[in-house]
Design a binder for this molecule. Structure first.
Ligand SMILES: [Zn+2]
Length: 407
């Protein structure tokens, strides 16, 4: 999922909330199915304005519920030592991004379980509220239409939101990794075997199995068949098949990510870094940098040194900070990233830590420093090259390691 297409909504409890543009698709689908389908059927006497206002409020409250589900993961995760910098809402719901794997199976268990619990509690809370407002809603089996027509907008909302949250909670409890239930399964296997990798492999296999069931069911529904539990209908089928496809991808990627991480933990950054690089002086003009250093060497990032002392880095991405006609009068020192703002590595760090930093800070190279001197430069592509040479792993996603998704 492209992080760059996401809109920042703000921060809650120090966690950044982002909305991906793809959320618009499901938001419109929900509003449409309620505004053009369910609510007019319940309330034939309502005005179009009231129907659409209720439908859109329902969709907003639904994503509010999804956000609460994700926030519960984030808050419990953080209390258990798992940093969660952001939550993204997108087409298939919400995703909390973990910066690293949970430190223990218990931490994973608590963090995973709280999500479905939150959804179930919300679901019963909404139904309870509806009951307080109108008393027990009794649907006359002979004339269900009339029972619904008597409900006001607020109760209609609650009666839709309650079950949808309960379904969300139950769906997330399916034991297929990376769904919450799959994480609970992984935590249990991890606790039982003591081995995170084995636990992830098995939970991911169950996750892929479930994903294939979804894809097959969706496909049958697209063909016009009725499938037990899932029902029938072209759009529903398409949707279920898409969710299956997404879950299958997530299950495969999550396992591979962990595998990559474990391989890289054994590789110190000094084995991957480039040691043949040219430092440049801060007095150099940008034009000289391009003509005399960038073009002949092919190097894209340069350590800046003054009298043998490392004071910052300049890379090709810094150049557009100044217009081309100012390159003769601007020096490297003017636009470089000074040392105190740089993310750097120490020779003792491993390639897994470097890969995490590349993802977290959105940089493509990191200097390795010892006693204030640059020993070498590690580039993102060098790690990916190492992986493809030593682990036979194809380089994917434009070489961009994804953060760990948590549903
Ligand atoms: Zn969840």
């Amino acid at each position: 999922m492209g992080e760059r297409t996401a809109l920042r909504l703000g921060r809650v409890a120090g966690i950044e909330i982002r909305v991906d543009w793809s959320l618009l698709i499901i938001f419109s689908l929900i509003s449409l199915s309620l505004g053009a389908g369910l609510f007019p059927a319940w309330h034939p006497d309502w005005s179009a304005l009231l129907i659409w206002a209720t439908a859109i409020t329902a969709a907003v409250l639904f994503f509010g519920s999804v956000l609460l589900h994700e926030l519960s993961h984030a808050v419990v995760g953080r209390a258990n030592g798992i940093p969660i910098p952001r939550i993204t809402l997108f087409m298939f719901g919400g995703m909390a991004h973990m910066e690293k794997e949970p430190p223990s199976w218990r931490a994973e268990l608590y963090m995973a379980a709280i999500g479905p619990i939150t959804s179930l509690v919300l679901g019963f809370l909404f139904l309870g509220l509806a009951k307080i407002v109108v008393g027990p809603v009794e649907i006359d089996p002979d004339n269900p239409q009339e029972s619904f027509a008597a409900l006001g907008p607020a109760v209609s909302l609650l009666i839709w939101l309650g079950p949808i949250n309960i379904i969300l909670g139950l769906f997330n409890l399916v034991p297929g990794f990376p769904l919450d239930g799959g994480r609970i399964l992984r935590a249990a296997l991890w606790g039982a075997t003591g081995d995170l990798l084995t636990a992830t492999r098995r939970a991911s296999a169950v996750g892929q199995g479930f994903a294939w069931i979804l894809m097959a069911s969706g496909f049958l529904m697209i063909l016009g068949l009725r499938v037990p539990i899932f029902g029938a209908g072209f759009i529903n089928g398409l949707w279920i098949a898409l969710i299956g496809w997404f879950l299958n991808n997530a299950a495969v990627v999550s396992y591979r990510q962990l595998l990559v991480h474990q391989w890289l933990e054994d590789v110190p950054v000094i084995r991957l870094m480039h040691t043949r690089f040219e430092p440049v002086s801060p007095q150099l003009s940008l034009q000289e940098l391009v003509d005399d250093h960038v073009m002949p060497s092919g190097q894209r990032a340069f350590p800046v040194e003054e009298r043998g002392r490392f004071i910052g880095m300049i890379c090709l991405r810094d150049l557009p900070k100044r217009p081309r006609d100012a390159w003769r009068t601007t020096t490297v020192g003017d636009i470089m990233t000074p040392r105190h703002e740089l993310v750097t590595l120490t020779p003792e760090q491993d390639a897994a830590a470097a890969l995490d930093l590349f993802g977290k800070r959105d940089v493509n190279q990191l200097p390795v420093l010892k006693d204030g001197q640059v020993l070498g430069l590690v580039r993102r592509e060098d790690i990916l090259k190492w992986l493809s040479l030593h682990a036979g792993l194809p380089v994917t996603e434009g070489g961009r390691p994804a953060s760990r998704p948590l549903g």
